[in-house]
Write a protein that binds this ligand. Structure first.
Ligand code: SAM
Ligand code: SF4
Ligand code: SF4
Length: 346
């Protein structure tokens, strides 16, 4: 029997956090090699990415998303790897938009393929877009992206998203001390008055291969103070409960800027997000070491009700609060095997 279109049974985890959003990774491949995510020495030309048969089909993704919607999920974000590398992605956008209960479908991308795809995705019903851009300085950008792509291509992608009406655009920038921190103000300045919202992300210890060190993290507070000295800032209220970015308005009307302080001010208490990997595993935390596979059960004939019950079971047992626990962890516990970000999509 199919899940009733109108039945929504909100799921709450063991710490009382409800299930509200789902990030869907549609590919583990990427055309960049950002060292903080997919370092080139590990993700080399012979690296074995998932085979086509291992990836969830669009129909399988939609079945899972529908089951999540039945448990209270209203927001979906498509990510990767680089999601625009997945062939026919706009079709998936349209399919996800038509799920009962889904109010918002967004995409996170490195932007370089947007000149080809932005309009197609807007036509398919994509509502919001986040484009990652870590620096406007070409040399620094090359270091941050692992020598793939270039600033011009990303800026062209931003223009394409604007032209397609996917505005306001969020621009995500991961900041690493000693690598791109000296160009952060340049990013803020560039998008000041543009209507787009730059969000500075604290460099996180996701996965096991980026050799994260705490001294490379630039705190949101430090960055905010530096920007405030140039363009005075005033705090804004959250747009919705559980919003991860702290929002600020430029006092003189230049727009908005955000800070995502996953390391220095963790927000696990309000974390309502589940993640689905491209091969059909559900993860309840960005820092989880294990997910629960749904693909094989689906291919073995699991019903929609069984799917929904499995997901409800996963969520109700959830106790993750890694970022809040990080400070008290030993190095060994911290570097215990974690899933890689490109696998579950940030
Ligand atoms: N390829 C797309 C992109 O870069 O936008 C989507 C996937 S990427 C994994 C999603 C986001 O995760 C990007 O904004 C990226 O900067 C961020 N990210 C990846 N590794 C990170 C890390 N170690 N710390 C903080 N953010 C990270
Ligand atoms: Fe690719 Fe995005 Fe990871 Fe960079 S952050 S390697 S663009 S998935
Ligand atoms: Fe959510 Fe895990 Fe991040 Fe905490 S560490 S905010 S539980 S994803």
């Amino acid at each position: 029997m199919d899940v009733e279109r109108t039945t929504v049974t909100p799921a709450q985890d063991a710490l009382g956090r409800r299930l509200h959003d789902l990030r869907i990774s549609v590919t583990d491949k990427c055309n960049f090699r950002c060292p903080y995510c997919m370092p080139a020495d590990r993700f080399h030309e012979n690296y074995e990415f998932l085979k086509r048969s291992e990836l969830l089909s669009f129909e399988e993704i939609v079945r899972i998303a529908r089951a999540f919607a039945g448990l209270g999920v209203a927001k979906l974000r498509i990510t990767g790897g680089e999601p625009l590398l997945r062939k026919g992605l706009a079709d998936l956008v349209g399919m996800l938009r038509s799920i009962d209960g889904i109010e918002d479908v967004a995409l996170t991308t490195n932007g370089v393929l947007l000149p080809e795809y932005a309009q197609m995705h807007a036509n398919a019903g994509l509502q919001r877009i986040t484009i990652s851009l870590d620096s406007l300085d070409e040399e620094v950008f090359q270091v941050m992206s692992g020598g793939r792509g270039n600033v011009r291509e990303v800026l062209d992608g931003i223009v394409a998203a604007e032209d397609a009406g996917l505005t306001p655009i969020k621009i995500n920038a991961v900041i690493r001390r000693g690598v791109n921190d000296h160009t952060a103000i340049g990013l803020a300045n560039h998008f000041y008055g543009s209507g787009h919202i730059v969000r500075f992300i604290e460099y996180m210890d996701v996965g096991n291969c980026n050799e994260w060190r705490k001294d490379e993290v630039v705190s949101s507070r430090e960055l905010r103070d530096a920007i405030h000295a140039v363009h005075p800032l005033t705090p804004l209220d959250q747009n919705y409960a559980g919003e991860v970015a702290m929002r600020y308005a430029y006092e003189d009307g230049g727009g908005e800027v955000g800070f995502i302080s996953s390391v220095t001010a963790p927000f696990c208490g309000g974390c309502t997000r589940a993640r689905l990997s491209a091969d059909g595993h559900v993860f309840t935390c960005l820092f989880a070491s294990q997910g629960t596979g749904l693909r094989d059960a689906m291919r073995d004939g699991a019903s929609d009700i069984e799917l929904r019950d499995t997901i409800a079971g996963i969520w109700t047992q959830r106790t993750d609060r890694y970022s809040e626990e990080r400070a008290g962890m030993t190095e060994a516990a911290r570097t215990n095997h974690k899933v890689e970000m490109y696998h579950i999509g940030g």
